[in-house]
Design a protein around this ligand. Structure first.
Ligand code: CAA
Length: 291
């Protein structure tokens, strides 16, 4: 079955980015979110990011307007009945994801592929809660999706070869490069990236350096495009914490224990850029470190 229409669940930063690249590649996209305001914000974000690409001559105005016409926001799961593939990009919480799949499966075409953008949760376990573990796969995009070249593909234990091949072809059609990861906690990118971010938070917690010192050290000393605390704010501190918890519990190894300071920021609701405050305060003109 050829993929023509893609359903994307969740209009947050990842869902919006996925809808963006799918629409530019010529797919019809149904972007679903329960919250209508989030849906509207997501579509406005896509439009703004495409406008940025027009301004830097990566896209023409015609490409932007054609792609925007291919995206439709929907707030009922039933609206996704006719899609060929669903990419779930809801919040990084296993019970939320399970509920979504439980609602979705009965209304989808039996041939439709079910994909999740989870950054850390077991594909095999999520697949087992659905009616189609053989047509279930992890397609993990990186943030910001329109810019980052990599997509991790993760097979669950039951994923069929045909599903993998279709997902591979689909990702290539988006102009992205794949890397294949086995289904173990946090896959490849986050298995390596998140312990580094968590260690940066420990470095702050133990007073080894300030927010600015730590970020400057890694930007100029290791040539990272963003410092680890800046990157944590960009990813979302709630997402960072949940990935550390998946590593800690999934591998039963104390080296992955989440830093108490990361937990405190999340408890405060200081989740990074999306809430206006994290390791930096973004509410003024320039980000100001919060420690
Ligand atoms: N949509 C479209 N274009 C975007 C964009 C977006 N959301 N964000 C940035 N861009 C474009 C800009 O328009 C700009 O384009 P031009 O070069 O054509 O002008 C280009 O990207 C660079 O952006 P900026 O000049 O604004 O800023 P920058 O040079 O600092 O780059 C960045 C921004 C690409 C985000 C860079 O800082 C970076 O690569 N940071 C690291 C990102 C990273 O590590 N991501 C992975 C996170 S982990 C993850 O996603 C996995 C997970 O599960 C948690």
């Amino acid at each position: 079955m050829a993929i023509k229409t893609v359903g994307v669940i969740g209009a947050g930063q990842m869902g919006a980015g996925i809808a963006h690249v799918c629409a530019l590649a010529g797919y019809d996209v149904l972007l679903h979110d329960l919250a209508v305001d989030r849906l509207e914000r997501g579509i406005a974000t896509i439009n703004g990011n495409m406008a940025r690409q027009v301004a830097s001559e990566k896209l023409t105005e015609q490409d932007r307007s054609d792609a925007m016409k291919r995206i439709r926001g929907v707030s009922e799961v039933e609206d996704l009945a006719g899609v060929d593939m669903v990419i779930e990009a809801a919040t990084e919480n296993e019970s939320v994801k399970r509920k979504i799949f439980a609602q979705l499966c009965p209304i989808l075409n039996p041939e439709a592929i079910l994909a999740t953008n989870t950054s850390s949760i077991s594909i095999t376990r999520l697949a087992a809660t659905t009616d189609r573990p053989e047509r279930f796969i992890g397609i993990h995009f990186m943030n910001p999706v329109p810019v980052m070249k990599l997509v991790e593909l993760v097979r669950g234990i039951a994923t069929e070869e045909q599903t993998f091949a279709q997902a591979q072809e689909f990702v290539a059609s988006l102009g992205k490069q794949i890397t294949v990861s086995e289904d173990f906690p946090a896959f490849i990118v986050n298995r390596i990236l998140l312990p580094m971010i968590n260690e940066a938070v420990y470095t702050l917690y133990e007073g080894v350096g300030s927010v600015v010192a730590i970020d400057t050290a890694m930007k100029l000393g290791a040539n990272h495009p963003m410092g680890p605390l800046q990157l944590a704010d960009f990813i979302g501190l709630d997402t960072c914490l949940s990935i550390m918890q998946v590593l800690y519990e999934g591998l039963s190894d104390s080296k992955y224990r989440p830093c108490p300071l990361l937990v405190k920021y999340v408890e405060a609701g200081w989740l990074g850029r999306k809430t206006g405050r994290g390791f930096y305060d973004y509410r003024g003109e320039e980000p100001v470190p919060t420690r």
